[in-house]
Ligand binder design. Sequence first.
Ligand code: RP5
Length: 157
Amino acid sequence: MEAIKVLILMGSKSDRPTMEKAEAVLRDFGVPHKTMIRSAHRTPEATVEAVRAAEEAGCQVFICAAGMAAHLAGVVCSKTVRPVIGVPIASGPLNGEDALLSTVMMPPGLPVATVGINGAKNAGLLAVQMLAQTDQTLAEKLKADRRKQAEAILAED
Ligand code: RP5
């Protein structure tokens, strides 16, 4: 695997339209990343292998998106000590509430930082914030983004 800072894993190709927002954030901030489709239930061994390969490639943050009984983020967390951000995806009859609880309610000892249902953009931004702790250029870009958001709100006044 080429050198990356963030790996985005998603449980299914059907999660891609939602997760494109996380990819867009990482692209905008110039963060090297990779996206893979891996499922905790359908491809457990390949999921574990992806985590191993990503760590070898320098990955510092994992973003894991899954719908329904969403165990992807938890499984990835069990295989790394790097931060894991979970994105519960709205799919299936419960519209993401099942995925939200599966992702956020991790047992003590295995934390997953969980964003809102379909919160892909925030997952991308949170990953950038984590990296920005040791990357001043990213920190400055984040501050500029916050200023831009504030200006946009005030311009609507
Ligand atoms: C999860 O089940 C996936 O993350 C997806 O959100 C959901 C449905 O998957 P597909 O049936 O569309 O492949 O594993």
